[in-house]
Design a protein around this ligand. Structure first.
Ligand code: SF4
Length: 509
């Protein structure tokens, strides 16, 4: 039994991915995995009163930060205090070894500019370059194997991230909490509608709609370059080829002005397609599509075959590649694919009219009706490609549109746009329809902002309000209006006071 773990405060059935590693910690002094170090940090299983950085300064952890499951530092918006200095807010990066900072090029990555503390397992050579380093190994509050077991337990899997609003929310009746969250959701609808109204006064309702659609399809990483493309739609849609090449022509313009075709320009400058030199745009056979619509290996060139003719006209509008954030974008969400999708909609002469019919017509499942209506026509290239150069695996295809995207567009773009337009036109019937659909729309995909918001607002009662698209919107509005203006300690946050006033108002009423 020598070398085996005997400390087991939990049932063995609770053991998870670290269990198999426990022996190796014990027997070989191997470094623990980074994920375990992250959990130790998240739960602060360290001797918190004895922390000292490699530069000799003491450090207090006032808040460990919020665990970041996306790109960037591991913990965001931590609050730490060095010596007797004022507390500092910033991010915390966890690495097993201190060489990881340079090894992973974090020192060159602007996402890591706000790191105030690096946490490692064991500190190596002391370089004393900022950010300061804190080594965990000497300050664990229990043996590592015991911690690994403890951290596996579901009892501790939920971090205690309760915000200061958690108690006042807990003392409200559930129905009142729901009312409060829905009020925040309606406020979000009004604000989005207000933005559409303002923009429509400048450029018209239809252009305002397209700008919203483009920005929404840029997701959180690329709304600005997508918006920039939408602002150029009148020029991008002018003088397109007729017939079967029309969509490819538009896609090539969108991709070209986005800057995604620039890499082909050096490759192909002396290799202009002969069919195009003779005048006219290439036909389906010369653009990489076989007779059955299958995609040939060189199909990405089809876009260049169109674009080389337009490039001079649009050269001053081509976006530099630095404006795009692509590294952490999932293949299915790549902006190239989103531009392809929106090209289908742009070429429908009745796109807005069909949306109007959808909002007017009674529909038992409006989300399904909208999904059906927005389906793009068959698009052989994009059903088989994640990007211009990257094909989907042979046995699968990649639909350009999924239900989650449709819901996202409905809640953030189409319904607020209709709400604004109906308000200006004095059409209360449509406004009521929009509000009803907004409040009854099924829940959209969960995300880490919503998960964190639920933990902060409701603690261990995540099901306090039913999950619908509207309650999700309400939570996002509370995050935007309160959490993002405060810090991880909820300093100066007015939301607890708002909740108490809401409760008080109800009691009086
Ligand atoms: S910052 Fe405000 S709204 Fe956010 S969790 Fe803290 S108290 Fe609640």
């Amino acid at each position: 039994m020598q070398g085996k773990v005997r400390l087991n405060p939990f049932d063995v059935s609770l053991l998870g991915p670290f269990a198999s590693l426990i022996d190796s910690f014990h027997e070989s002094n191997a470094n623990p995995p980074e994920q375990l170090l992250q959990r130790i940090w998240a739960h602060q299983r360290i001797l918190r009163r004895e922390l000292r950085c490699d530069d000799g300064r003491s450090v207090r952890i006032l808040h460990p930060g919020f665990w970041n499951r996306g790109p960037g530092p591991d913990f965001l918006r931590a609050v730490v205090q060095f010596e007797m200095e004022p507390p500092t807010a910033g991010d915390v990066e966890i690495d097993v070894v201190d060489s990881g900072w340079r090894g992973h090029h974090h020192h060159l990555n602007p996402d890591f500019d706000h790191v105030v503390l690096r946490v490692v397992w064991e500190s190596g050579a002391h370089c004393h370059l900022p950010p300061p380093i804190l080594a965990l190994k000497p300050v664990l509050d229990a043996p590592l194997n015991e911690l690994a077991l403890w951290l596996e337990s579901p009892l501790v899997s939920a971090l205690d991230l309760r915000g200061r609003c958690c108690d006042p929310l807990e003392s409200l009746e559930k129905a009142r909490v729901l009312e409060l969250i829905l009020e925040a959701a309606l406020e979000r609808l009004r604000r989005k509608a207000f933005r559409f109204h303002s923009r429509a006064r400048v450029c018209g309702w239809e252009q305002a709609l397209w700008e919203g659609v483009f920005a929404a399809l840029g997701y959180s990483h690329n709304p600005w370059p997508m918006l920039s493309l939408a602002e150029q739609l009148p020029e991008l849609l002018a003088d397109l080829a007729e017939g079967e090449g029309r969509r490819l022509h538009l896609q090539s313009r969108l991709l070209g002005v986005a800057g995604f075709l620039e890499r082909y320009s050096s490759r192909d400058s002396d290799d202009t397609p002969s069919s195009s030199r003779k005048g006219g745009f290439p036909g389906a056979r010369s653009i990489g599509l076989g007779s059955n619509g299958e995609v040939r290996a060189d199909a990405a060139r089809v876009f260049w075959d169109f674009w080389w003719r337009d490039r001079d006209l649009f050269s001053s509008r081509i976006l530099p590649q630095q404006v795009w954030r692509l590294a952490s974008t999932r293949p299915a969400n790549r902006p190239e694919r989103r531009l392809a999708l929106v090209s289908h909609w742009l070429l429908r002469s009745n796109f807005v009219r069909a949306l109007e019919e959808w909002i007017i017509a009674p529909h038992p499942h409006p989300e399904q009706g909208l999904f059906d209506q927005l389906q793009p026509e068959p698009d052989p290239f994009w059903h088989n490609h994640w990007t211009l150069d990257c094909a989907v695996g042979q046995k699968s295809t990649a639909p350009l549109l999924g239900k989650a995207r449709v819901s996202d567009l409905a809640m953030n773009i189409f319904l607020p746009w209709f709400w604004a337009r109906a308000g200006v036109g004095g059409n209360s019937e449509i406004r009521n329809t929009v509000t009803r659909r907004y409040l009854s729309w099924p829940a959209n995909q969960d995300n880490r902002v919503l998960k964190l918001a639920r933990q902060r607002l409701f603690g261990d009662r995540p099901n306090t309000v039913p999950v619908t698209a509207a309650t999700q919107q309400g939570m996002l509005q509370i995050v935007a209006d309160f959490c993002q203006l405060s810090n991880s300690l909820c300093e100066n946050c007015q939301f607890p006071r708002v909740v108490r006033q809401f409760q008080h108002g109800h009691a009086k009423g």
